[in-house]
Design a protein around this ligand. Structure first.
Ligand code: SAM
Length: 321
């Protein structure tokens, strides 16, 4: 119970900080309540959202090479996944590893207990022989748990271009922190969404059906439900941008009129100007050069890049130096 209360407090504190800052912002990690998890699963099926299909194709077509690279000279490893979500793509690898009679433990980490419960249930049904040890928590606190395990080789998955939710400095610092909790020779497989036709990128965050809009605005519904706020969702809109110079996609919630919203848990009101934007998420797109620089700066060397047939996406395998 106290854990839930602490999480709620952290949520309230982060919302307050974001709405008090200029420009206003809200942390993207709070997208994922039960509704947010379900909306993200719908996003992954959208025609416009090429990322999931590209990474799925990489795993289907290159699973043998991926397993060989994971094993190297070893017989086994511990597989850890940061921000596992529903594990759709990971299951391709898990099933292949079991088929090859590799003995390993899978530890999915996610801030959403709901999505991890679903994943554990799915895996128990689909891959009953798999040893699953889920960890509900924020990346950084879960990383501390990782550090205490030094018995076997660690292979850490960070898929779906989740890394793109950090800006450059925060991304390198995050990956450095991951590395500090690994031993020399441990591996990290990171999904990076590559720079491509800017129109294609933008459409992925602005689908025709409006699912991404609903996903973005659900953050306000979550604040209403969990913090007793009175956001009128119809008074806000979704507006994504893509900058092909920097590779940065940004999602915003825009206030369609001048308005004030009261948040009961904070006993505080927040004012919005007409057309004022709240930044909610960054989704960085990468060049191969940027990926090389990230790896070097974070203390890793690139072992191999696994790329899809359209060259939209790369799963880059890094070794801790
Ligand atoms: C965009 S989804 C991607 C899921 C999966 N990696 C994939 O590629 O399909 C991001 C997932 O990361 C989780 N997540 C986001 N921020 C997190 C954080 N700071 N700590 C732990 N999990 C987080 C979310 O709950 C969500 O399930």
């Amino acid at each position: 119970m106290s854990e839930t209360k602490e999480a709620l407090n952290a949520f309230a504190i982060d919302i307050k900080r974001g709405l008090q800052s200029s420009p206003k912002s809200l942390p993207s990690m709070y997208f994922y309540d039960e509704t947010g998890d379900a909306l993200f699963q719908k996003i992954m099926d959208l025609d416009e959202y090429y990322l999931t299909r590209a990474e799925f194709e990489i795993f289907v077509r290159q699973k043998e090479e991926i397993l060989d690279a994971f094993l190297g000279d070893d017989q086994t490893f511990r597989l850890v996944e940061l921000g596992a979500g529903d594990g759709t793509k990971t299951k391709v690898l898990l099933a292949h590893f079991l088929n090859k009679a590799i003995s390993f433990t899978y530890s999915p980490i996610d801030i959403s207990g709901n999505v991890l419960d679903q994943l554990k249930e799915d895996l128990n049904g689909e891959l009953p022989s798999l040893k699953v040890e889920p960890i509900v928590g924020e990346y950084f606190s879960a990383l501390e748990d990782l550090a205490s395990n030094d018995s076997s080789k660690e292979v850490v998955l960070f898929l779906g271009s989740n890394i793109g939710n950090f800006d450059r400095a925060a991304g390198v610092s995050f990956l450095t922190h991951v590395g500090e909790n690994l031993s020399s020779g441990d591996l990290l497989l990171i999904g990076f969404d590559l720079m491509k036709n800017p129109q294609k990128v933008l459409s992925a965050y602005n689908d025709k059906e409006g699912v991404t809009k609903a996903f973005n605005l659900n953050l306000l519904t979550r604040i209403n439900n969990e913090l007793g706020a009175n956001f009128n969702i119809d008074n806000f809109d979704h507006f994504p941008t893509y900058d092909p110079l920097t590779g940065e996609t940004k999602s915003h919630i825009v206030s369609k009129k001048e308005q004030t919203v009261y948040i009961e848990a904070l006993d505080e009101s927040f004012s919005f100007d007409a057309w004022e934007a709240i930044h909610t998420e960054v989704s960085q797109k990468y060049s191969h050069k940027m990926i090389q620089e990230y790896a070097e700066e974070a203390g890793f060397e690139i072992v191999r890049n696994f790329i899809d047939s359209n060259q939209y996406f790369v799963d880059s395998l890094w070794r801790k130096r």
